[in-house]
Design a protein around this ligand. Structure first.
Ligand SMILES: Nc1ncnc2c1ncn2[C@@H]1O[C@H](COP(=O)(O)OP(=O)(O)O)[C@@H](O)[C@H]1O
Ligand SMILES: [Mg+2]
Length: 804
């Protein structure tokens, strides 16, 4: 240093010799950039920076000054509210395509996958960046990079979590840097690379960045409490003060003098300690945010020089350097693979991360069969107290078992996926910065979760159904429970993607589980819910969104209808049951209402009476239905059944119609009843033993009592001006109102859509998959996060700030 002259620094000299002559030229210009947060807080004000390749720029500032915000804007993650960032003549925020791959950002947080080794972390990252490189080239590149960063000896160590260390903090940091370095971006942003590191590690990391800059990169580093040696490595220092005010931009060595002079302290022209050549950067901050001392000698909260004042000095005294805008295109190094290849890489990466965690694998594979065994063993109930022989038919726990199976699959589905995206959040952010496909990530994640769930449910069903003696239904149970799990997987992924702490995610699990349980149709019957939700003839609308309800209905119906015993005569019994209902409940009720109407007229009462009109409407409604159901019996006198036309003649005609219907149904009843009798007599006499064995092993009494609603008080109710059958729902074939109607009563034997009827179980499984697809869309478009952001952007009764 020449006394009283401009000092010359090491890097100025070395830089001239080391910078590769052929390294690509870059001009980086930040013009009047300002940034305001969504809530209105100003984050950055009037930032101007002009730099070119080969420089190492430091960014300093008190904590909360806006350094990370600045880095985000400079690297293109956030768009500035004012001004622009121009690289080689291209606007970073509006012409993103031209600048793809030019910028690298190394955030403060770790981007490592803890379950993978040092080598694997870098390897998968490289695969995602270079589609054209062969396997050997990638491996060689990874080895080279590891060699350069001094990590080669550690390449086969698992990264591990920061608490459960296998590699040191400095090595972690270098590996994080390696992730970006491997693709050699021309401009690199690094957020606090040395915080938390020992001084030795810090120096290693900084030397690495220094060398990279010397090789022709432009590097911005946010640096916190640097040592004197590190501080002097920078070519330029950019200092921010609280509120995003720029207060210094220039040579680091001269910064202290600048602030001292302004602070008009003694020795102001000595930047470094005159004896040792050390410069203590901390002194800068002591000056910048020095506090006023009050009359008693105590420090106050008020600053001697406010950020605004430092900023106005900055505007007066600091000259912003200029660069020549480079006209050539910035170098592009990124070459990302196709959607499908990304998907493959993601899947492999996740797969190897998972299987490297033996505990995770064992727990996930053993837990469900263990639970299945415990559950099934506990409820393997023998009704006869004097017997040790288990009879499936008599096990009253079958319906609760089906429901528990659903709860188990919901739970496991949620649990395995609830952490997944959350854990990857930082890595995902970086990968979206690289323009990698979110959908290939999601699809790979979803398929991996589905695979785990499918295995879990297969093991559960295999064990539990075997213990409980549920025969022939392994596949149906598996596919049904897997369907629930898959739904829960996606639900878990949504929670995982939308909330920012693992505790929140787990706290929310009961909130999504309990409605599933309450509205599943097993714990509380649908006709005994709060009046606001029940509907008599259909499953309540909110329950239609619950996979638990669809799968419960599907499995119970299938267990009753398609088991080896009942399936033999289900159709006969169905005919018998509906004919019986018509004869015993439905037609007598119609007749009664009809007579009541006639009494009304005969007594000469008011024909405008509401009940009278309603009753006639009910009869017209039900007659129209019967005309459709039984086309062979004619009835063309609906017009007689209006309040002003109804008379004795109408009564006789209508009564006659009811009688004909009654005959029709009686015939059906007698025929089907006789058929059933024959069937039973034959089986009971010819092969009684087999027949009873089949009944014991396949038919279950408690399932039967549920689907036939044996304990229901009312067989039929009036809803509005229609009659609704409540008894024996399993034998009640739903009647679609419109072509798209798909909702039915609970435990319907078949379902309909667009003119066709389908088996309940398969139809219901399809419905749950459709719900799952809808959830996937929510996940893909991140709708829950958007909804929550929208919710929080509404200013609820904003409090006024307290006056000082
Ligand atoms: N999304 C946001 N909305 C409002 N204010 C924010 C937001 N993010 C950060 N801030 C505020 O902006 C200031 C700068 O934050 P940051 O850039 O992270 O500081 P640092 O210099 O410590 O990296 C802080 O005071 C912080 O509270
Ligand atoms: Mg920060």
């Amino acid at each position: 240093r020449i006394p009283k002259g401009t000092p010359i620094y090491y890097t100025d000299v070395v830089g001239h010799f080391l910078t590769d002559a052929d390294s690509p030229r870059i001009s980086y210009e930040v013009k009047n950039v300002g940034y305001t947060f969504k809530n209105g807080t100003i984050g950055l004000r009037n930032i101007n920076i002009n730099e070119e390749q080969g420089r190492l720029i430091g960014i300093m500032g008190a904590s909360g000054a806006g350094k990370t915000t600045l880095l985000n804007v400079l690297s293109g993650i956030e768009s500035p509210t004012e001004g622009e960032v121009v690289i080689n003549g291209h606007n970073l925020h509006t012409q993103k395509e031209e600048l793809e791959g030019v910028i690298g950002l190394i955030p403060q947080d770790d981007l490592l996958i803890e379950e993978l080794t040092v080598f694997e972390n870098l390897y998968y990252n490289a695969k995602l960046c270079f589609k054209d490189k062969s396997e050997e080239e990638i491996t060689a590149l990874v080895h080279d990079t590891l060699q350069n960063l001094g990590l080669f000896e550690r390449k086969d160590l698992k990264v591990g979590s920061p608490l459960n260390k296998t590699i040191s903090g400095g090595q972690r940091k270098r590996l994080n840097i390696a992730l970006e370095l491997i693709r050699e971006p021309a401009i690199l942003f690094v957020d606090e690379p040395t915080s938390g590191l020992s001084s030795r590690d810090s120096e290693n990391v900084m030397n690495l960045l220094r060398e990279l800059a010397l090789k022709g990169k432009l590097i911005f580093v946010v640096i916190h409490q640097p040592s004197s040696d590190i501080y002097k490595m920078f070519d330029k220092m950019f200092i921010l003060d609280t509120g995003g005010y720029p207060v210094y931009y220039g040579n680091p060595g001269e910064s202290l003098i600048y602030f001292k002079q302004l602070d008009s302290q003694i020795n102001s022209d000595q930047g470094e300690c005159p004896t040792c050549g050390n410069l203590n950067p901390e002194l800068i901050f002591n000056i910048i945010d020095a506090s006023v001392i009050d009359e008693y000698g105590n420090y106050t909260n008020k600053r001697k020089v406010s950020p605004e004042e430092w900023y106005s000095h900055f505007c007066e005294r600091i000259a912003i350097p200029t660069v020549n805008t480079v006209k050539t295109k910035p170098p592009k190094t990124l070459n990302i693979p196709s959607w499908f290849n990304q998907f493959k890489i993601y899947t492999l990466r996740d797969f190897f991360a998972k299987i490297s965690n033996t505990q995770y694998i064992l727990l996930n594979l053993l837990e469900t069969p263990l639970l299945g065994f415990i559950l099934a063993y506990l409820i393997k109930y023998i009704a006869d107290p004097n017997s040790d022989l288990y009879i499936f038919r008599e096990n009253e726990n079958m319906p609760p078992y089906v429901f528990m199976g659903i709860v188990v699959s919901l739970f496991f589905g949620l649990i395995i996926s609830a952490e997944e995206i959350f854990k990857d959040a930082k890595i995902l952010k970086r990968e979206s910065f690289l323009k990698l496909s979110r959908s290939s990530y999601l699809v790979s994640k979803v398929l991996l979760m589905f695979t785990i769930s499918a295995i879990q449910m297969a093991l559960f069903v295999l064990v539990a159904n075997t213990v409980l003696g549920i025969k022939d239904m392994y596949f149906e149970y598996w596919i049904a429970l897997f369907t629930v799990s898959a739904f829960a997987n996606i639900l878990g992924l949504i929670l995982s993607a939308s909330f920012n702490s693992i505790v929140t995610i787990y706290i929310l699990i009961p909130l999504v589980m309990i409605p599933q349980m309450v509205l599943g149709g097993a714990m509380f019957t649908f006709d005994k819910l709060n009046k606001d939700f029940t509907s008599v003839d259909k499953v309540p609308a909110i329950a239609e969104f619950m996979p638990s309800r669809w799968i419960y209905e599907g499995l119970i119906v299938d267990m009753y209808k398609n088991n080896k015993y009942n399936s033999a005569f289900f159709e006969i019994e169905q005919k018998e049951s509906s004919a019986d209902f018509k004869q015993v409940h439905y037609l007598p009720e119609l007749r009664e209402i009809l007579v009541k109407c006639y009494d009304h007229v005969a007594a000469g009462k008011n024909r405008d009476d509401k009940t009278f009109k309603d009753d006639l409407e009910l009869i017209r409604n039900e007659f129209s239905k019967e005309i459709r159901r039984v086309p062979e019996i004619n009835f063309e006198n609906l017009d007689l059944l209006y309040p002003d036309t109804f008379d004795e003649n109408a009564l006789l005609i209508a009564d006659d119609y009811i009688s004909k219907l009654n005959d029709h149904y009686r015939l059906i009843f007698i025929q089907s009843n006789r058929l059933k009798d024959t069937f039973f007599t034959y089986n009971q006499t010819q092969n009684a033993e087999t027949f009873n064995r089949i009944k014991d092993n396949y038919y279950n009494e408690s399932i039967s009592s549920i689907v036939r609603r044996e304990f229901g008080k009312n067989k039929m109710v009036r809803q509005g001006n229609e009659l609704v059958q409540l008894s024996e729902p399993i034998y009640q074939i739903p009647e679609p109102e419109k072509w798209y109607s798909f909702r039915t009563h609970f435990f319907a034997p078949v379902k309909h859509f667009a003119g066709n009827f389908y088996e309940t179980l398969w139809f219901n499984i399809t419905v749950v998959w459709l719900l799952t697809i809808v959830l996937y869309a929510v996940l893909y478009f991140d709708l829950l996060t958007k909804l929550m952001n929208w919710g929080s952007s509404i200013k609820w009764n904003k409090r006024k700030p307290l006056k000082e």
